[in-house]
Design a protein around this ligand. Structure first.
Ligand code: HEC
Length: 115
C-alpha cells in the first residue's frame, strides 16, 4: 500500500467518532475498553491501520486482528498500551485507567474465554 494511503487511514481512524472523550473513569469490561480505544485501528477491516501494519509485520504467521490472537499476554498488552509503538499512541491513565487496562489486558489475553 502506498504510504500516503496508510497515513490517511491512520488519520481517519484517529479522528473516528465516538471513541474519544467519554468519561473514562467508569469501570468497563475489557471488551468495551477495546471497542472504545482500540477497535478503530485494530478491527477486522482493511481500513484499520493497526491491523494493516500487523498484517505486514507477521505476514500471516500470526492473525493481524488482535482479538484473534492467542499468544498475547496481559503484560504485553499493558506494555504497548502505556508505551505505544510506531504510529500507535500510548494511552494515559486519564484515558484508560489501571483498572480498565487490567480488564482490557485480560480480555486480549483470552478474547474467547478459553484459558
Ligand atoms: C492510531 C491507531 C492505533 C490505536 C488507536 C491503537 N493501536 Fe495498537 N497498534 C497500531 C499499529 C499501527 C501497530 C503496529 C506497529 C508495528 O507495525 O509494529 C500496533 C501494535 C499493537 C500491538 C503490538 C502487536 C504486535 O504483535 O506487535 C498491540 C499489543 C496493540 N497495538 C494493542 C493496542 C491496544 C490494546 C489498543 C487500544 C488501547 C491499541 N493498540 C490502539 C495502531 C493503533
Amino acid at each position: 500500500m502506498k504510504f500516503w494511503l496508510f497515513c490517511a487511514a491512520v488519520l481517519a481512524a484517529w479522528s473516528a467518532p465516538p471513541a474519544f472523550g467519554a468519561n473514562s473513569a467508569q469501570p468497563m469490561a475489557g471488551k468495551q475498553v477495546f471497542d472504545k480505544w482500540c477497535l478503530p485501528c485494530h478491527g477486522d477491516s482493511d481500513q484499520a491501520p493497526g491491523t494493516l501494519a500487523l498484517r505486514v509485520k507477521y505476514k500471516g504467521t500470526l492473525p493481524a486482528v488482535l482479538e484473534q490472537r492467542t499468544d498475547l499476554t496481559a503484560a504485553t498488552v499493558k506494555y504497548f498500551v502505556r508505551h505505544g509503538v510506531l504510529v500507535m499512541p500510548f494511552f494515559r491513565k486519564t484515558e484508560i485507567s489501571d483498572v480498565q487496562l487490567n480488564a482490557l489486558a485480560n480480555y486480549l489475553q483470552d478474547p474467547r474465554g478459553r484459558k
